[in-house]
Write a protein that binds this ligand. Structure first.
Ligand code: 13P
Length: 215
């Protein structure tokens, strides 16, 4: 299972969480664990040796784009992948397409987020490496999508497979325990996105160990 920890703009220590991510990733053969800090922390996080992802890239190339995030810069800072169209950083469909293209150009792995199976189908058609279904109403609640809305995960898996069977499906929202990760896997998800369960934990290593232990 792929476990991607999104730090959003939570007031945690990104380097401490990244060290926990690196240590837990190295301690297991059954999970791949990565962290997505804020753009300005990418370099410091990547220096820990943790697999580092961006939270967003813009659908742009080098040039006159003040205030935007260029995929190549994110890759230069040490990121190997990027989220696109997170529910807290929504893009127009054409811009999701452009951001996937920009990430591909920079050699970044891509996960395109979406709210529901219909959007997952549209996202899969843009040929990212993976799509992630995250019902916005469950984000940050501690109520796991795999329990509260298993149909949405199964629907997302079916919708992506219908469009492009090479696109993996992840799910997220409210996931904080190993049982939640196991349940996500049983619904056909190849990984999970999570944030508050680790970013707000007093002991991120313990929180991450709990996530991978039952796998
Ligand atoms: O938005 C999320 C991950 O990208 C999920 O957030 P929570 O894990 O806090 O529900």
């Amino acid at each position: 299972m792929f476990i991607l920890v999104n730090l959003k703009t939570y007031p945690c220590d990104p380097v401490a969480v990244a060290e926990a991510v690196r240590d837990v990733d190295e301690s297991t053969d059954v999970a791949r664990v990565a962290v997505a800090p804020q753009a300005t922390h990418l370099e410091r996080v990547a220096e820990t040796g943790a697999e580092t992802w961006a939270q967003h890239v813009d659908p742009i190339d080098y040039g006159s784009n003040t205030g935007h995030t260029l995929a190549e810069t994110v890759a230069d800072a040490g990121a190997v992948g990027t989220l696109i169209n997170h529910s807290e950083r929504r893009l127009k469909l054409a811009d999701v397409d452009g951001a996937v293209e920009a990430a591909d150009r920079a050699g970044l792995e891509t996960v395109v987020c979406a709210n529901n199976p219909a959007q997952i189908g549209a996202a899969a058609a843009l040929e990212p490496d993976a799509v992630a279904v995250e019902p916005p109403e469950l984000i940050g609640t501690g109520t796991p999508v795999s329990q509260a809305d298993p149909e949405i995960v199964e629907g997302a898996v079916a919708a992506a497979a219908n469009v492009d069977s090479d696109v993996s499906v992840l799910c997220g929202a409210g996931i904080s325990t190993g049982d939640d990760v196991v349940a996500a896997g049983e619904l056909g998800s190849e990984g999970v996105l999570l944030a508050s369960g680790v970013a707000k934990a007093d002991d991120p290593t313990a929180a991450l160990s709990d996530l991978v232990d039952p796998l």
